[in-house]
Design a protein around this ligand. Structure first.
Ligand code: PLP
Length: 428
């Protein structure tokens, strides 16, 4: 029995499913989750001492790679002066100022402790600002686990959503409309009939939660347009894309203006941080400057702010994003070539340092239905083949992969060599 198997069996006695976030349990790919012990740069080591090249990067935050010495040092030095005060600190303003200077259309920002809190609060704010209850989201996008956002499209009429988890009141589903990502006509039709009932559209500008699916040309533009026409607010959930698709996020990458932007992951450098921000007139509705309640005991935590600040500072190195993007392209193009040579139906998507690959004969994946139709058993075999060879991918086919600044050319060549061997096994 491996140490990971032993630890997993112990964990299951005390923690539901043995994990503190479901995807970690390997249910989708089968087998036992790998328990990690340490991480450095592009690598993680498991409890048995085996090293893996990591393309999960803690689900996105570790854009510099794990345990960057300067980030770790910032955390240690800050922690010496206390872990939490529950009172304002200068660092919060410094990080807020930095975010407002980098992220377009962000005049003010409020810090929270997770992406879930950021999107939940952004929705409340949009509802208060517009005095409307209904929100629009898209199938395949994930915005954390607050009740209003755990609603999926029903199988029948478009407007009848259903809770995607027991415990979410069915009445909430009446207020969450789930449309198809990248379906411009459907958005236009829906808004032409119901636009004036909608408080906001929330969208992952590049979806990283149904593998990696970028917007088709015109989709984000259409969202902006229908929001302008109907008075709804446009929320870009950049918890994943922020400081991932580029230094200024998806708004700058696609040249689309959002009214509220949510952030998380990278801005905490691996510590628990989220944020939502946007137009001053909207943000000033938040308590205590306005009536919309929002709070947090650990919000703006000094250690988390220090990790975020140092991370953002290090991202300013020249050509950081250019190199990151080039490495991602090298990996996905390499995988595509190897799959083609092996005769395996395969296609890829990538934007900046987010990437995804699909076992499918479709040439391009642009929507949830196509993602659902991919060959999951083949992905699972590929996943385990790479895992055995020391490459750690997200343990589910519906998750994006992430490149970090610490991945080297050699890491990518080793990954491609491993992939070549696994593709050969898949066709044997
Ligand atoms: N929004 C997006 C786009 C995400 O990818 C996630 C998490 O993966 C969240 C929100 C929720 O963030 P958290 O897990 O920090 O609550």
């Amino acid at each position: 029995m491996s140490r990971s198997e032993e630890l997993f069996s112990q964990a299951q006695h005390y923690i539901p499913g043995g994990v503190n976030s479901p995807v970690r349990a390997f249910r989708s790919v089968g087998g036992t989750p790998i328990f990690f012990e340490k991480a450095q740069g592009a690598y993680v080591w498991d409890a048995d001492g085996k090293r893996y090249v990591d393309y999960v990067q803690s689900w996105g935050p570790m854009v510099l790679g794990h345990a960057h010495p300067e980030v770790i040092n910032a955390v240690i030095e800050t922690a010496k002066f206390g872990l939490s005060f529950g009172a304002p600190t200068e660092r919060e303003t410094t990080l807020a100022e930095k975010l407002c200077s980098l992220i377009p259309n962000m005049d003010m920002v409020r810090f929270v402790s997770s992406g879930t809190e950021a999107t939940m609060s952004a929705i409340r704010l949009a509802r208060a600002f517009t005095k409307r209850d209904k929100i629009v989201k898209f199938e395949g996008c994930y915005h954390g686990h607050s009740d209003s956002l755990l609603i999926k499209a029903g199988s029948g009429a478009l407007t009848l959503g259903v809770p995607s988890s027991p415990g979410v009141p069915a009445v909430l589903a009446e207020h969450t409309i789930t449309l198809d990502y990248n379906n411009i006509q459907q958005v236009r039709n829906y808004f032409s009939n119901h636009g004036n009932e909608i408080a906001c559209i929330i969208v992952e500008p590049v979806v990283g939660n149904m593998n990696c699916v970028p917007p088709i040309p015109g989709f984000l533009e259409c969202l902006r347009e229908v929001c302008d026409q109907s008075g709804a607010l446009l929320i870009f959930d950049e918890v994943m894309t922020g400081f991932r698709v580029g230094h200024k996020g998806a708004q700058a990458h696609y040249n689309i203006k959002a009214d509220i932007i949510t952030l998380g992951k990278v801005i905490g450098g691996g510590m628990p941080v989220g944020a939502f921000g946007g137009r001053r007139d909207v943000m000033q509705m938040i308590a205590p400057s306005g009536p919309v309640y929002q709070a947090g005991t650990l919000s703006g935590n000094p250690v988390a702010m220090a990790a975020g600040l140092k991370t953002l500072e290090l991202l300013e190195q020249s050509d950081f994003y250019k190199n990151l993007s080039a490495r991602t392209t090298q990996l996905v193009e390499g995988l595509q070539k190897l799959a083609d040579e092996a005769g395996i139906p395969f296609t890829t998507n990538h934007v900046g340092s987010m990437f995804g690959f699909f076992f499918t004969s479709e040439k391009k994946i642009t929507n949830f239905k196509q993602v659902m139709a991919c060959d999951i058993p083949l992905f699972n075999k590929f996943f385990h083949g790479l895992l055995k060879r020391g490459v750690y991918l997200a343990p589910a086919s519906y998750e994006a992969g992430f490149m970090s600044g610490a991945h080297t050319d050699e890491d990518i060549q080793n990954t491609l060599q491993a992939a070549k061997e696994v593709f050969a096994e898949l066709i044997a």
